[in-house]
Design a protein around this ligand. Structure first.
Ligand code: NAD
Length: 370
């Protein structure tokens, strides 16, 4: 066995525990078939943590999160918590985790498995085989810039103010994440801003260009204005490999790219912080979807977004690219065979529940190494 890799599992609320259970099965498979052992610790986050401790992220949980190699999160929230104060709502647990770990780079891949190309609103030929990664700056920009507020004016009106601001180091570190990622992918980064009309965009372009020249000239770099990028994503999304952009544009462009894939139950994500002297980065991996209270407890949730989030963890936190390929390949073949959960069901396919999808993925993993 290789040295153990530590993971904190935070299944959370609603369908979170159901989909996380399938990741545990994949971990067990990796231990049994690939001699890769994980130290798994499980804890509460979100509504279930509020029920147990009166807050959505207990101090002890945060302490564990600081120690482990990576955190895997299911989903948080539910209607029973909607009336709580914002500070103790389930989402506050997630925000606290992101803030405390300094997770400044949000990675949102948009992949279209050939078997699901018809689920997209775009034509099959435009999206089939799509594999792009959007790197969104997560802790700076207009959502956090000062001054901010709604201020009274002398003439009786009010003025709403937000400030778009980025420093050199904030831009450089997220650009470095994007270039690093591109090296593990097709080797191309497109940096997106509005340098034509915004000073923060001009600085963004200057710093990304300098970061590239200083250490990443093996990666291709292009620049694009955000409005053009929004158009290109629906015109010809396969032209992109890695897109790096700020918090506001990334918020919108990553949702736009997500819709190209046609299904929420398929979308993984990762959030990364600054590396230590060994290069190890704090990391949180989670599906894009929420706790889906409408289907929780029924055993019908699609576990693929959660399993693909774990595949990202294998690739980016543990350098286990081969194992990540194995897991992603198994998912693709299960879909090729027409095995579907309800959310991605199509005519002529076989409907399975959460556990059935887990069974099918494990069976494909077995076949892949037989
Ligand atoms: P949602 O993503 O939970 O659900 C939207 C729709 O997609 C629902 O019909 C749901 O059944 C379906 N769906 C989502 N994931 C699925 C899966 N894996 N398999 C099959 N179907 C799936 O979004 P919502 O309904 O707007 O929010 C529900 C709760 O989740 C709210 O409390 C919200 O605040 C919370 N939320 C949490 C996160 C997070 O934890 N990161 C993200 C979004 C929403």
């Amino acid at each position: 066995m290789t040295a153990n890799k530590s993971l904190l599992l935070l299944p959370g609320d609603g369908i979170g525990p159901e989909v996380m259970a399938q990741v545990v099965r994949v971990c067990d498979w990796l231990a049994a078939k690939r001699s890769i052992a994980f130290d798994l610790t499980e804890d509460l986050v979100g509504g279930c943590a509020y029920d147990a401790h009166g807050k959505p992220l207990a101090d002890a949980t945060l302490k564990t999160a600081r120690k482990v190699d990576a955190v895997l999160l299911g989903a948080v929230g539910g209607p029973q918590y909607d009336q709580l104060d914002f500070a103790v709502r389930p989402e506050a647990g997630l925000l606290a985790l992101r803030k405390e770990r300094g997770l400044f780079a949000n990675l949102r891949p948009a992949m279209v498995f050939p078997a699901l190309a018809d689920a997209s609103t775009l034509k099959r030929e435009v999206v089939e085989g799509l594999d792009i990664m959007i790197v969104r700056e997560l802790t700076g920009g207009v959502y956090f810039g000062e001054p901010r507020g709604i201020f009274p004016l002398d003439d009786g009106q009010e003025k709403g103010v937000n400030t778009q601001a980025y420093t050199t180091s904030e831009i450089r570190r997220v650009a470095e994440v994007a270039f690093d990622l591109a090296r593990k992918r097709a080797g191309r980064v497109c940096s997106v801003e509005k340098a034509n009309v915004m000073e923060s965009g001009r600085l963004w372009r200057k710093v990304v260009t300098a970061t590239h020249a200083a250490g990443f000239t093996d990666v291709g770099l292009s620049h694009m204005y955000a409005d053009n990028c929004a158009m290109q994503l629906v015109r010809d999304p396969k032209q992109f490999d890695v897109i790096v952009t700020d918090n506001l544009f990334g918020d919108m462009l990553s949702d736009e790219a997500a819709m190209l894939t046609g299904s929420l139950g398929m979308l993984p994500s990762a959030s990364l912080g600054a590396g230590d002297e060994t290069g190890r980065r704090p990391a949180l991996y989670e599906p894009v979807h929420g706790s889906a209270p409408d289907i929780a407890g029924q055993g019908i949730a699609n576990p693929i977004a959660m399993i693909l989030s774990f595949a990202m963890c294998l690739r980016y936190s543990f350098g286990l690219g081969e194992e990540a390929d194995l897991v992603e390949g198994a998912v693709a073949r299960v879909l090729d065979r027409g095995i579907r959960t309800g959310d991605i069901m199509a005519e002529g396919c076989t409907r399975v529940g959460t556990g059935g999808m887990g069974d099918a993925i494990l069976a494909e993993l077995d076949l892949a190494v037989a």
